[in-house]
Unconditional design. Structure first.
Length: 304
């Protein structure tokens, strides 16, 4: 069989563990030369270690693939640009970027520190921007390229104690859509993936109640290797007509998420006042209000 990513150069951020690791391994197996980026921080962003990225590179080479390790953080513009430079320095070009790097600093909103909010935004949202922005200049010159960004149902739907993470992940949706719109003329694609998988970040979910324990046991069934095929596909030429979309992957299920569009409207020829909005406008719209659902409320069935 023809390998779907033969001779392409792919960056995978946060590729030392979990989902990123599986994406890097599959991309290499599909013929790509991979920049395995990971500073080796803990789930909350603390510390650093070269070992995770180096181990993935070693595994790729052992399987006959080509890869190089990179330890820069995505959370600052200059280090993030060096990740892109590593691709061109080692392999001479860049064809795909997977913005997978992330940290968690969960806390109920009124107790969340400014530092906890900003640190998560910097890694997820700013990191996706920094790496993508550095890659975009190369993509513009060569008139080709693909971005795969990671979003989450914490932003798309909602969850408790994750205002920082949800804001970042929904921001990434807007970033991806804007890239798709701005760079489509240069044959550049940009899509989002919302993964359901057991990783060390998900391992920080509280398990104090029976319901929480049951939820985590369900998530444990969903291995990170299930996410990689969709990412490899979106990076390949087979996805040349796919851009600006949001996909979910949950075990063997693939979802296409809807995007914000008007769902209902009301009209008053003479215009509105605060009083008439209260009396007529809002009652007419209330039937179409979105519920305050969490991800677990919407995806309530067992993984398939």
């Amino acid at each position: 069989m023809t390998k779907s990513l033969q001779d392409k150069v792919i960056i995978v951020t946060g590729a030392g563990r979990g989902i990123g690791r599986e994406i890097a391994l599959l991309c290499a197996a599909e013929g790509a030369k991979v920049v395995v980026n990971d500073p080796g921080a803990a789930a909350d962003g603390a510390g650093s270690s070269a070992a995770p990225a180096e181990e993935v590179v070693e595994e790729i080479k052992k399987r006959g693939g080509t890869a190089v390790a990179n330890f820069e953080t995505v959370a600052e513009a200059i280090p993030a640009s060096k990740i892109v430079k590593a691709a061109t320095d080692h392999f001479g070009r860049l064809d795909g970027v997977v913005n997978n790097a992330g940290i968690l600093r969960d806390m109920i909103f009124h107790k969340m520190s400014v530092e906890a909010f900003e640190s998560v935004i910097k890694v997820h949202l700013m990191g996706s921007f920094y790496v993508s922005h550095a890659a975009a200049r190369l993509y513009r010159e060569q008139e080709s390229g693909s971005f795969v960004h990671f979003t989450s149902t914490s932003g798309l739907i909602g969850n408790y104690g994750q205002a920082n993470y949800a804001a970042a992940k929904l921001g990434i949706v807007g970033l991806s859509k804007s890239i798709a719109l701005d760079m489509g003329r240069f044959n550049v694609r940009s899509n989002c993936v919302s993964p359901f998988a057991w990783t060390r970040m998900i391992g920080t979910i509280p398990t104090e109640t029976d319901a929480e324990k049951a939820r985590v046991e369900k998530i444990k069934q969903m291995g990170p290797e299930k996410i990689a095929p969709m990412c490899a596909y979106l990076l390949s030429d087979a996805a040349k007509d796919v851009t600006g979309q949001i996909f979910g992957v949950r075990m063997n299920e693939i979802f296409l998420f809807g995007q914000h569009r008007p769902v209902r409207s009301v009209h008053r020829g003479e215009g509105w006042t605060p009083q008439t909005i209260a009396e007529h406008g809002m009652p007419a719209l209330k039937g179409s209000f979105s519920k305050l659902d969490r991800s677990a409320d919407v995806f309530s069935w067992d993984p398939i």
